[in-house]
Ligand binder design. Sequence first.
Ligand SMILES: [Zn+2]
Ligand SMILES: [Zn+2]
Length: 102
Amino acid sequence: MIRHCMTWRSYERRLLSNNNDINMVEMGMSNEDIEKLPHFDFKRKNDMIKGSNCAICLDIFDVGEKCRLLPPCEHVFHAECVDLWLLKSPFCPICRARADVK
Ligand SMILES: [Zn+2]
Ligand SMILES: [Zn+2]
């Protein structure tokens, strides 16, 4: 009886993890994976993105704002904007590069 339960449990878990894999592809990234992407506080000296704006909210980057960089394409967004985006879609909002490529 106990063994029967254990077998069923592992079968159930396998089903659940398969579902999770599908969700990862179609439904965006987990908070955990998003936090692994590089981020930094915007500084006036940061010439790389000086005068740029965030393609999601269209505001320019302000000193002290937390920004996040997507490594495959090096596009930069506000962390708070792109984090919400990546939860729904793993693709860069500008060029559609996959942000979760490891
Ligand atoms: Zn923004
Ligand atoms: Zn991009």
